[in-house]
Design a protein. Structure first.
Length: 461
């Protein structure tokens, strides 16, 4: 955050400065009282299970320069810093981010959404666009109505490009985020079944995702997945120029996909030119994400070779098809999140990987499926068998549905009540040379299986 006066902060928040010197400046913001360094603006968010107003004393003790609050009087009468009073602190955060963004018309912003692959595509975009300027990218998965404003407010004076994720699980959320971010370009990775519990249909999801494309003005551009069945309908809603990117089709094309020891190799083609890319992560769906990022880089004036080099050097966030070792066994850690589409993509990736041993999948629950939950978990078991997985370990109550789908058709099919039991099952079946995929929704905490497995192996050696 660029140094901003208290008066400007109060104005941007639609608040009133009731204590403090208007000309004092602040260059950072936090909403977490546990992570205060001193000198920043502390904004006291309220939710169903938390209230930042309870930590005003801690914020003062940490040395914050000012606070934004909705509740008066304060719980701490000894706070001597600046105080901005607002009617609602979440709205204040969003307005502050929106107006801070409008104060940076020089910042080129790429808005990013989609049912699957948002964070991986963001990582590829960051790697590519860093070749043309300093990038402020969404940290971790801060892509919602709270996380996006925080990301925007972390933009520094010398940042030239913003790569900002926008997630949603209810109607209307993308429109709000797009209004805050004011994107110059948009990327929509795909339209799948993630969050279908609240959205009900894929058509409704496509309608929501398309709000980001609509937000880009005529001088901008929108990159759409050439392989997605909803691309044509979203294209029709765009004011901006549309570029398609995909596998074997589109304006920017990835072709000749081949698994490698390090990840995936493919040929990237655009405007009659081609170059080979060595992607440092496995999976055809990762190539689909990478080619979207390539399209943005090319549109921003980078050469095909520069884009290929950037993709080859990209590093993905943890828990996204991350190859890691635990207890002497190679794991494919895709534990960060899951939905039916990403589960099938991960199984296809595992099936395509070369190995001297067996392919083992440890699968947990997929959340936010609503009335589709039973059907989709049964279908996941069927998909695991169809992919040729040698050993399947299904975890938790949803795991029983996965096993029902797998039936007696596959190889070893096991059920585990929880992470600890799954790790115990895994110790009993795994051998050197095997590859183990671990995946489930964030709420399933499937990374704990890998941690528990490593602990058991260290105890037996």
């Amino acid at each position: 955050m660029q140094a901003t006066t208290l008066k400007q902060i109060a104005d941007w928040c639609d608040g009133t400065l009731i204590q403090g010197r208007p000309a004092d400046t602040i260059a950072s913001l936090s909403t977490d009282s546990r992570k205060l360094a001193g000198g920043e603006l502390f904004l006291a968010l309220k939710g169903e299970r938390f209230d930042g107003h309870r930590f005003i004393q801690e914020a003062g003790d940490a040395g914050v320069a000012a606070i934004v609050v909705s509740d008066l009087p304060l719980s701490s009468e000894s706070f001597t810093g600046g105080i901005v009073h607002v009617s609602d602190t979440l709205t204040a955060l969003q307005h502050l981010a929106l107006r801070y963004r409008r104060s940076r018309p020089d910042l080129f912003v790429v808005g990013l959404t989609g049912s699957n692959g948002k964070t991986s595509t963001k990582d590829f975009l960051s790697a590519v666009l860093t070749k043309s300027g300093k990038v402020n990218a969404t940290p971790g998965n801060l892509n919602n109505h709270i996380g996006l404003p925080q990301t925007i407010l972390k933009t520094e004076a010398d940042d030239e490009i913003g790569v900002w994720e926008m997630g949603m699980n209810h109607p209307g959320e993308i429109e709000v985020l797009a209004e805050i971010a004011a994107p110059d370009a948009a990327v929509i990775t795909n339209v799948g079944t993630a969050h279908i519990e609240h959205m009900k249909t894929r058509e409704a999801i496509a309608e929501e995702k398309g709000m980001l494309a609509e937000a880009v003005g005529p001088d901008g551009f929108v990159v759409l997945n050439a392989n997605d069945e909803y691309t044509d309908s979203i294209r029709g809603r765009c004011r901006a120029r549309v570029i398609t990117a995909g596998i074997d089709t589109g304006d920017v094309v990835a072709s000749d996909l081949k698994p490698t020891a390090a990840g995936m190799a493919f040929v990237l083609s655009a405007a009659g030119e081609s170059v080979e890319v060595s992607l440092p992560v496995p999976g055809a769906h990762m190539v689909a994400n990478a080619v979207l990022a390539a399209a943005v880089g090319l549109e921003r004036g980078l050469s095909l070779l520069a884009v290929a080099d950037a993709l080859s050097e990209a590093r993905l966030s943890g828990g996204r098809l991350q190859r890691r070792e635990a207890g002497g066994i190679e794991f494919l850690d895709d534990s960060y999140n899951a939905n039916p589409d990403s589960m099938r993509a991960a199984l296809a990736t595992l099936a395509a990987m070369e190995t001297q041993g067996r392919r083992i999948a440890v699968l947990g629950r997929m959340a936010e499926l609503g009335e589709h939950e039973e059907r989709e978990h049964i279908a996941l078991g069927e998909a695991a068998v169809a992919a040729g997985i040698d050993t399947l370990i299904a975890v938790g109550e949803a795991g029983k549905l996965i096993l029902e789908g797998a039936g007696e058709k596959g190889g070893a099919i096991l059920w585990a009540a929880d992470h600890e039991a799954a790790a115990t099952q895994l110790v009993g079946v795994v051998a050197p040379g095997d590859i183990v995929l671990v995946k489930g929704s964030r709420s399933s905490g499937m990374e704990k299986v890998i941690e528990a497995f490593g602990e058991r192996e260290s105890q037996t050696n």
